[in-house]
Design a protein around this ligand. Structure first.
Ligand SMILES: NC(=O)c1ccc[n+]([C@@H]2O[C@H](COP(=O)([O-])OP(=O)(O)OC[C@H]3O[C@@H](n4cnc5c(N)ncnc54)[C@H](O)[C@@H]3O)[C@@H](O)[C@H]2O)c1
Length: 393
């Protein structure tokens, strides 16, 4: 039986993916084979040595000491893209709210609570509706900065809405490239996207390279009256530059999931309380993905979507499986293969990957390794942790 300690409430649909005959999951279970959580902070927590993996149902992992765990052979996973559709749909709302004063129009209608005569109400609405006229997004150009899980979905969606789409991503992943429609024009610089956009939408991570990326110089290049959507993070825009561009009319609207006191009370700003991923489906998707990745790691040693070890996968083929985490230094793999050779063990298949200071290997062998083999592997220089998995099924 494998024991999974749960720190936050996770969607039931995800927990149901843990095979009930072999897994037990719950709060306060110890010692645990793995941990599942959302935003619970593990930095000050003492984690027992039995823990092989920590899985974050969600994208951000700043609540987990991933480097320290890597040194202990604890593989940390997250669930990138599981909430992408939720954010994409909110961006669709942002585009529409930014092109027509839907919000102002709805608020206006609610101010007419004292009008009880339907004909009079209709007269007032007809007389005032011109105040809320806007423009359509059809035929407008959307500039998408960052074409990852969310940006690629936003780009394709905007095409469906009849927009022209120009995207920029200097490190486009192969998966995203496959997803993106060939009708999305690929720009070769951030400036080129900004120049072309009627609407500019940001889907980049906040890091040392992207902090303040959307600055005064870039905003001076936008088409006059362009709209900026930020459903990424507050740090990726220079807020003072954005408010100045709103004041001058260079930007006609700023629609964001990241309010700031300097943005409150402005008529050309639409603020949402960071609800991009707040849907039932996104929470379920995260929990399902988290559980599936964890089971595949514990049962098969496969790593998908780790943030501290390389993605490493090999189909099961009937043999016993040895996996090991190691420091990314020369000769570790050779040492392990020598142990197997010394014990006359036949290797069926193997895969070895590295990522930064750490590496991970999967080796399938024909016969069951005895305790001596595993302790010799564990004793090899650079090996952090080794596991032996029985044949699948
Ligand atoms: N509003 C919300 O609730 C919400 C929810 C989920 C994610 N997010 C934010 O959205 C961001 C994107 O999420 P994702 O799942 O698409 O991530 P992702 O990792 O799949 O995609 C990010 C993309 O940005 C690209 N990129 C990085 N730096 C860039 C730069 N300087 N210029 C252009 N492209 C650059 C990367 O190459 C990558 O393809 C997240 O980092 C997060 O901050 C917000």
């Amino acid at each position: 039986m494998k024991t999974i300690r749960i720190y936050n409430q996770l969607a039931e649909k995800g927990l149901a993916r843990l095979p009930a005959d072999r897994y037990t999951a719950g709060a306060d279970l110890a010692p645990a084979d793995a941990i599942m959580l959302r935003s619970y902070k593990l930095h000050d927590e003492v984690i027992e040595d039995s823990v092989l993996a920590v899985v974050r149902a969600g994208a951000g992992v700043n609540n987990i000491p991933i480097e320290a765990y890597a040194k202990r052979g604890i593989v940390v996973f997250n669930t990138p893209g599981a909430n992408a559709n939720a954010v994409k749909e909110l961006v669709a709302a942002g585009l529409l709210l930014g092109s027509r004063d839907i919000f102002g129009a709805m608020n206006y209608v609610q101010t007419l609570g004292d009008v009880h005569d339907a004909a009079e109400l209709n007269k007032l609405l007809e007389a005032n509706k011109k105040r809320f006229a806007g423009s359509e997004i059809y035929g407008m150009t959307l500039g998408v900065v960052g074409l990852g899980a969310i940006g690629s979905m936003v780009a394709n969606m905007a095409l469906e809405l009849g927009m022209k789409v120009v995207g920029y991503d200097p490190a486009l992943s192969v998966e995203a490239a496959w997803r993106i429609s060939s009708r999305v024009q690929k720009a070769d610089s951030l400036q080129a996207v900004v120049d072309a956009a009627d609407f500019l939408t940001l889907h980049i991570p906040a890091n040392e390279h992207t902090t303040g990326l959307i600055n005064a110089d870039l905003l001076a290049r936008t088409k006059p009256g362009a709209r900026l959507l930020n459903f990424a993070r507050d740090a990726v825009v220079d807020l003072a530059a954005v408010t100045a561009a709103l004041d001058s009319g260079q930007l006609s609207a700023y629609i964001t999931d990241f309010p700031h006191p300097d943005l409150l009370g402005r008529s050309n700003v639409l603020l949402l309380p960071h609800i991009g991923a707040s849907t039932r489906q996104a929470e379920e998707n995260c929990a399902v993905m988290a559980a599936d990745q964890l089971v595949d790691y514990l049962d098969n040693g496969n790593i998908l979507n780790s943030v501290n070890y390389p993605n490493t996968r090999m189909a099961r083929n009937g043999g016993y499986r040895i996996t090991f985490c190691n420091e990314n230094i020369p000769k570790v793999l050779n040492s392990v293969l020598s142990v197997l050779a010394d014990h006359d063990m036949n290797v069926i298949d193997m895969v070895n990957r590295s990522r930064g200071d750490f590496a991970y290997s999967i080796i399938d062998v024909e016969n069951q390794p005895d305790k001596g083999v595993m302790s010799a592997i564990r004793g090899a220089e650079g090996v952090i942790r080794a596991r032996l998995l029985p044949p699948a099924g």
